[in-house]
Write a protein that binds this ligand. Sequence first.
Ligand SMILES: Cc1ncc(COP(=O)(O)O)c(C=O)c1O
Length: 393
Amino acid sequence: MQAYFAKLQKALGAAGLAEPVLLIDRRKLDENIKQLKHMLPRNMAYRIVAKSLPCAPLLAHIAKAAKTDRVMSFNREMSRQLLTALPRADQLLGKPLPVAAAADLFDALPAVKGKQAAKRIQWLIDTPQRLKQYEALAKKLGLKLRINFEVDVGLHRGGLMPGDTLETALRFLAASEHLILAGYLGYEPHLTKIPTLDGWRSRAKKGAQKAYGQALRQGRAHFSAAHIETMVRNMAGSPTFGLYKNTELANELAAGSALVKPSDFDMPILKDFEAAAFIATPALKISDELAIAAWEYGENIVGRPQKGTGIFIHGGYWMANPIWPKGLKTSPLFGRSSNQEFLEGPKKTPLKVDDFVFLRPTQSEAIFLQFPKIAIFDGRRICDIWQPLSVSA
Ligand SMILES: Cc1ncc(COP(=O)(O)O)c(C=O)c1O
């Protein structure tokens, strides 16, 4: 660990970096990609969750290494930027967008690009009402829009319930000249999170399979068996893609976060993945005692300075925890700061002023967007500086 962070320290200095930066270890990322591919069942396609890795060159790198041209985008601006950055990619929206946002995307594109967008994007639809709105948009644009049905398989984050609601949507879509059924999406991250107690989790798992299976059967009543077999049948996310053993229900699995493994993803099912993204930020000030503001005026109301290291870092208040040097933590006395956060450390520290402190993000989607520079470490040096997508999370 010490040798690893010493190498990173040196590489950052050699690259002339002296401000907070997001760091990706490309070798660890590549190992994670291999591990993910290794865990996928035969013939299972992989879709990259772009919101969890929101950086165009990073997505292009993963697409190439994982041999996939499928991405999941999450808002109008992300879709627009990905149409340019990955022009051949198939985009599946990971959440349903108000039809006005979809209309805006087409408005922002020249006509030829609009046709391309219609071919490339699958719009996620969660209600029969929204389906009608998208049909009206398709009619107005004179384009056929590709529709993917969000199926509620137990997460209860909305979506079409197999049964009457899905039936209404399927019937409407089958009769529409302006819409195409491109697939289903059944997201189920709860399946590795809810307690196993009294068989709760295993019943939820069976229930999710049953619901998706029923949705496929209902689909076959309106479309050919071949259509339902070959359309995109998306499921999963980082916490659950490892549960799939064959392509009977899903024929593609989505995952993003696992490839950089922020700490929220320290879960048994991802034990073979390594943390590959860190925040590195300079220690601006280091003192060998922990003194709180105005202690000397406290007239014994507060204690005298304690032994320990007090470090003010450049920036802070990220969704991240310090990991190097060891033993650093935020202080309840000082509180948090986005400008110069105070970290409390052990009595001795190897750290010198302007050295980097390393933090491990708890999640990637919002964190990546907060850093204008993403430094790529190839094991020896910083070999590239990438930029995040300019989108909201
Ligand atoms: C629809 C959908 N699929 C998949 C994912 C999985 O993303 P990750 O692998 O980063 O957890 C998400 C995350 O929110 C999602 O909303």
